[in-house]
Ligand binder design. Structure first.
Ligand SMILES: Cc1ncc(COP(=O)(O)O)c(C=O)c1O
Length: 419
């Protein structure tokens, strides 16, 4: 049967209308966010703890609403996702001398937050779920390990049962980095409520956004109080924590303007997730059918129902084929890429140069304070192999039925020609 000519070879692209940019919540900013910002500006109360008049704090409202959404007792709104990781680690009591296991595939901030607390990031491999490989985590545990940061990458929940069991067996804390999976769940529970503490980002790329911002979630009273003290420069003073218990904080606070936008976005989270999941289900069905014919494997999903739906990933047999497939899909107009194409990418450990070279603001601290730890660019070969073979498709919540049909056609065209 004659195949239709690929767009990369001069044929007609499968997609006739450009797909929307991949800023899920960002593209839904509308009258609600505008009104919320105007209300804050008109009240002149831009700071969560005080201002003229008696308007309620939007940051306070956001914390209460987000805690209820995640299903935990406590939430602290902060200035960024990195701040949520730092506050989370401080909440857990992580500091100099401690080792914290982090995945080799995550935004560099996951590891930088560990260094910022004076602790040492220890890298562990990911598996076909693109999240921490529990077996490698167990291999990396030493007598200095205090915590594991598990990162729910690209909307997909980690292998939480196995990771929680490891943390419990070794007496370790488990911090969930939910920056890329806000609204997703595992076993029917929202991510950020399963480990000891959750850290979220509201940066512009994320599922919902206020430009920059972060949220910390926990059910544990002690961890919450510690993180609360850390996030405010006057420690516990403002939060009713007795002076004799107060620890020194820094300033990671969220502003009322951020809080107002985040609150409006939170109201849209379920809608965004629902639309992405619906779109993904259709595309996943077509890729699954094609993949079966071609012997291609899809990303493993520890809880497919809980997945946020932001992307579809499949593994090509080789990195060359992954590059060719992604290039051909892109030419057809699909939002496709290879996760690690070899171009500098701060999501992949081998491009975390300051960490690999153990360079920080103060000579080689914190590494110099510890027994030597070695890093090198090839230390997680499985991670590199998987990411170099992983073809990634963005799934916007705003795809139309026509987009999805055309994306399926484009996938069929490219799979039949190349794979
Ligand atoms: C997995 C992960 N962790 C942490 C962060 C840090 O968040 P932020 O950029 O808000 O500091 C990000 C995103 O940027 C991320 O993707």
């Amino acid at each position: 049967m004659a195949r239709s000519r690929l767009a990369i070879e001069g044929g007609t692209p499968a997609i006739t209308q450009p797909v929307p940019p991949m800023y899920p919540g960002g593209m839904r900013i509308g009258i609600e966010e505008e009104q919320a910002v105007l209300d804050v500006l008109r009240s002149k109360r831009l700071f969560r703890y005080y201002g003229p008049g008696d308007s309620v704090s939007r940051v306070d409202m956001l914390e209460k609403a987000f805690a209820a959404h995640v299903g935990v007792r406590h939430c602290i709104a902060v200035s960024s996702g990195t701040a949520s990781l730092m506050g989370g680690l401080a909440g857990l009591g992580i500091g100099p001398g401690d080792e914290v296991i982090v995945p080799a595939y995550t935004w560099i901030a996951t590891a930088s937050a560990v260094v910022a607390l004076g602790a040492i990031p220890i890298l562990a491999e990911i598996d076909e779920s693109l999240t921490l490989d529990p077996e490698d985590v167990e291999r990396k545990i030493t007598s200095r390990t205090k915590a594991i940061i598990t990162v729910h990458m690209r909307g997909g929940p980690c292998r939480m049962d196995a990771l929680l069991a490891i943390a419990q067996r070794h007496g370790l804390s488990l911090l969930e980095d939910v920056a890329q999976a806000n609204g997703a769940s595992y076993g029917g529970r929202k991510l950020g409520s399963l480990g000891h503490i959750g850290a979220f980002s509201l940066q512009f790329n994320k599922i919902i956004t206020c430009g920059e911002g972060g949220l910390i979630t926990t059910d544990d009273e002690t961890i919450w109080k510690r993180a609360l003290m850390y996030h405010d420069v006057i420690g516990g003073g403002r939060n009713g924590i007795p002076e004799e218990e107060t620890l020194l904080g820094i300033n990671l606070r969220m502003s009322e303007l951020q809080g107002a936008v985040a609150l409006a976005q939170l109201n849209k989270l379920e809608g965004v997730i629902g639309d992405m999941r619906r779109n993904k289900a259709v595309l996943k069905a077509s890729v699954t059918e094609l993949a079966q014919q071609k012997g291609i494997t899809l990303r493993d999903e520890p809880d497919p129902e809980g997945d946020a739906g932001i992307c579809l990933v499949f593994f090509a047999p080789s990195s060359e084929l992954a590059q060719q497939t992604a290039a051909a899909l892109k030419a057809e107009g699909l939002p496709a890429s290879v996760i690690y194409s070899g171009q500098k990418d701060y999501h992949v450990y081998c491009d975390w140069t300051p960490i690999l070279r153990q360079r920080s603001w103060a000579g080689n601290a914190p590494w110099g304070w510890h027994p030597p730890v070695a890093y090198d660019r090839d230390m997680c070969p499985r991670t590199l192999d998987l990411l170099q073979r992983a073809v990634h498709l963005d799934i916007s919540p705003d795809l139309t039925g026509e987009h999805i049909e055309e994306m399926s056609d484009g996938l069929t065209k490219v799979f039949n020609a190349l794979l």
